[in-house]
Ligand binder design. Structure first.
Ligand SMILES: [Zn+2]
Length: 143
């Protein structure tokens, strides 16, 4: 789940001006009329609009920031360790990366999960979780 800041690709302490100019760039680029892939651009345009609606309003942004802070704390509390994707075992048949937990259960994450931005995996046997670290290739980066 991307945050509104991630969707607009701005830092969490960006000024309203910075957010606004970023929003205007993005909404132009993802405008449904401009590109071939209408459905995907539409979804993205919706997310961009939604993010802007929250971040442009100081009161809503403040509320959202508080939610984010709570989310960060929650995450930090439940992740037991971070594992490099390279250290996991890859199964070419199932396209799954896996790792044996200390309880001898299995952590498994598929390529599909990774493509969707999922990076936290639960053990299939106990309540431990790991975060999988991997490099994201950002195709949107044009600089
Ligand atoms: Zn376990």
């Amino acid at each position: 789940m991307e945050t509104h800041y991630e969707i607009l690709n701005v830092s969490e302490d960006a000024t309203l001006e910075q957010i606004k100019s970023r929003f205007q760039q993005l909404i132009l680029r993802h405008h449904p009329d401009r590109q071939g892939n209408i459905q995907q651009d539409n979804d993205q345009a919706q997310r961009i609009l939604q993010a802007w609606e929250v971040l442009r309003n100081p009161q809503r942004r403040k509320t959202y920031d508080a939610e984010l802070a709570a989310r960060h704390r929650h995450r930090a509390a439940v992740i037991n360790s971070e594992i490099d994707l390279d250290d996991m075992e890859y199964n070419e048949k199932t396209l799954t990366f896996s790792l044996v937990c200390r309880c001898s259960g299995i952590y498994a994450i598929t390529e599909n999960d990774l493509e969707q931005g999922i990076d936290v995996v639960c053990c299939d046997n106990c309540s431990l979780r790991i975060r999988v670290l991997y490099d994201v290739v950002d195709e949107d980066e044009e600089h």
